[in-house]
Write a protein that binds this ligand. Structure first.
Ligand code: 5GP
Ligand code: ZN
Length: 115
């Protein structure tokens, strides 16, 4: 049984796709916390940062390249944006398929959360 983000990769469940290439796909978060809230995920199932392997260098690069491309597409460079990766239980990771939250579309994203 594949995870929910793998099902988005394979089109088994729909998502509002923003960007896609051989390595990654990006789509709107179903429950946005900012005006622009986009999830960027590798197409390959990788559970978390801890599960990235040495063969995944192209994927790691593609994730950050996708950030740059989407920022350009959505004109987010002037106001700025925030990238969050919740990694593991303490960070509240809910979906165990690696994903970057790209948060933007706001004049002020507020302080970075901590305890
Ligand atoms: P996490 O807490 O794991 O960092 O974030 C998981 C994110 O995935 C949450 O912000 C949640 O709203 C989003 N999410 C969960 N299921 C779906 C889904 O089926 N479609 C989309 N587009 N987003 C989802
Ligand atoms: Zn997956």
């Amino acid at each position: 049984m594949s995870c929910i983000f793998c099902k988005i990769v394979s089109n088994e469940i729909p998502a509002k796709t923003v960007y896609e290439n051989d390595y990654v796909i990006a789509f709107y978060d179903i429950n946005p916390i900012t005006r622009e809230h986009i999830l960027i995920i590798p197409k390959k199932h990788i559970s978390s940062i801890d599960h990235i392997s040495d063969e995944d260098k192209d994927i790691s690069a593609a994730l950050f390249n996708a950030v740059r491309e989407i920022v350009k597409l959505k004109n987010m460079q002037d106001d700025g944006y925030r990238i969050i990766i919740n990694n593991g239980r303490a960070a509240g990771q809910e979906v165990f398929h690696l994903h970057l939250h790209l948060l933007g579309g706001e004049k002020n994203l507020g302080p970075m959360l901590s305890l």
